[in-house]
Design a protein around this ligand. Structure first.
Ligand code: ATP
Ligand code: MG
Length: 277
C-alpha cells in the first residue's frame, strides 16, 4: 500500500482503487499532536464513525466499503473506503456559537455571511443550525472560513445547495440523537466527494469528537467556555503545566491519559448504546 498522507491524527493509504483510512491513538490539542498516545482512541473513533455512517445511511450514502477487510496491523482502527473526487469544501454546521464562529460574530455580527441576532455570546444556542463552510487548505495550512457564495463560486449553485442541505440534515439528525443521550454537538465538520457514477457521497470521518465539538448536556451553561467532552483533562493539564501551546508538547502523565481514555469510552457508549469491550 502506498502512504498518501499522514495527518496529525490519521494516515491515509491507497490500496488499488480503494483508500484505507487509519486512525491512530494520537491526540492533538491547540492544533499540536501530543507525544503520548491515548490507548484505543483510534479504535473508539473508528467504531463511532462507522456507527454514525450506518445511522445516517438513509439520509446520505457513504464511502465505507469494509471495516474488516483491512491490513491486520490496523484492525479495528481502519476503514476501507471508496476513493472519491473530493469536493474542495469543508462542510461545517453549527448549532451553537463558539471558537472561530464566535470570533467572527463578535467582529461582524455574522458568521459565514449569515447575520445573527444581537446579544449572542460564548456557547449561545443559535436560532437554527447554520452552514458555515471553510476552504480545504493545502496540507499543513489552516482552513479558511468562506461564505455560501464562495462555495457557489467553487462548485456551482446546484452542488452548493446540496452540500448545505446534506450538512444541515446530518447535523440536525446527529444533534437530536446525541442530545437524547446527554451530549450536545455544538458543531461538526463533514466532507463529501463524487463517486465515478456521479453520486455525492459522505467521506472522511463522521460526528466523532475529532470532527465535532461534544459538550456534556448536564453541565451546559451558556456564557462560559464549555467543557470539552474528551479533551478537557488534557487541556487542563496542559494549561496547568505552563506549556506555551507550541510544538513540541510535553509528555502527558499516566493519570491524564487514563482519564482521557475513559472519556472516549464514555462518549462511545453513551452515543451508540453499545458497551466497549
Ligand atoms: P489534519 O486532520 O491533521 O489537520 P488532514 O485533514 O489533512 O490534516 P486527515 O484528516 O488525517 O488529515 O486526512 C484525511 C484525508 O483524506 C483528507 O484530506 C480527506 O479529505 C481525505 N479523504 C477522506 N475520505 C476520502 C475519500 N473517500 N476519498 C478521497 N479522499 C478522502
Ligand atoms: Mg482532516
Amino acid at each position: 500500500m502506498e502512504l498518501l498522507h499522514s495527518g496529525k491524527v490519521r494516515d491515509v493509504y491507497a490500496d488499488g482503487d480503494d483508500l484505507i483510512l487509519v486512525a491512530s491513538d494520537r491526540i492533538s490539542i491547540y492544533d499540536v499532536a501530543l507525544p503520548t498516545p491515548i490507548p484505543d482512541k483510534g479504535r473508539l473513533l473508528t467504531a463511532l464513525s462507522l456507527w454514525w455512517f450506518e445511522q445516517l445511511v438513509d439520509l446520505v450514502p457513504n464511502h465505507v466499503i469494509s471495516a474488516t477487510d483491512v491490513p491486520a496491523e490496523f484492525a479495528g482502527r481502519a476503514i476501507r473506503c471508496q476513493r472519491l473526487d473530493m469536493v474542495p469544501v469543508e462542510c461545517v454546521a453549527r448549532g451553537y456559537l463558539t471558537g472561530g464562529g464566535l470570533r467572527e460574530y463578535e467582529q461582524t455580527g455574522a458568521v459565514s455571511g449569515i447575520t445573527l441576532p444581537r446579544g449572542l455570546g460564548e456557547a449561545s444556542i443559535l436560532p437554527e443550525p447554520i452552514f458555515t463552510p471553510s476552504s480545504k487548505a493545502p496540507m499543513g495550512e489552516h482552513d479558511e472560513p468562506i461564505t455560501y457564495d464562495d462555495v457557489v463560486d467553487k462548485v456551482g449553485e446546484a452542488t452548493a445547495e446540496r452540500l448545505r442541505q446534506i450538512t444541515l440534515d446530518v447535523y440536525r439528525r446527529g444533534a437530536e440523537l446525541a442530545a437524547d443521550r446527554g451530549i450536545l454537538i455544538a458543531d461538526t465538520k463533514l466532507e463529501l466527494g463524487w463517486a465515478p457514477d456521479g453520486t455525492l457521497v459522505l467521506a472522511d470521518e463522521l460526528l466523532t469528537s475529532d470532527s465535532s465539538r461534544f459538550w456534556p448536556a448536564e453541565s451546559y451553561q451558556p456564557g462560559r467556555v464549555q467543557f470539552s467532552y474528551d479533551k478537557q483533562y488534557v487541556r487542563d493539564w496542559a494549561t496547568g503545566s505552563g506549556w506555551n501551546k507550541q510544538a513540541p508538547a510535553p509528555d502527558v502523565p499516566d493519570e491524564v491519559v487514563e482519564a482521557t481514555r475513559a472519556r472516549y469510552i464514555e462518549v462511545y457508549e453513551k452515543l451508540t448504546g453499545n458497551r466497549w469491550e
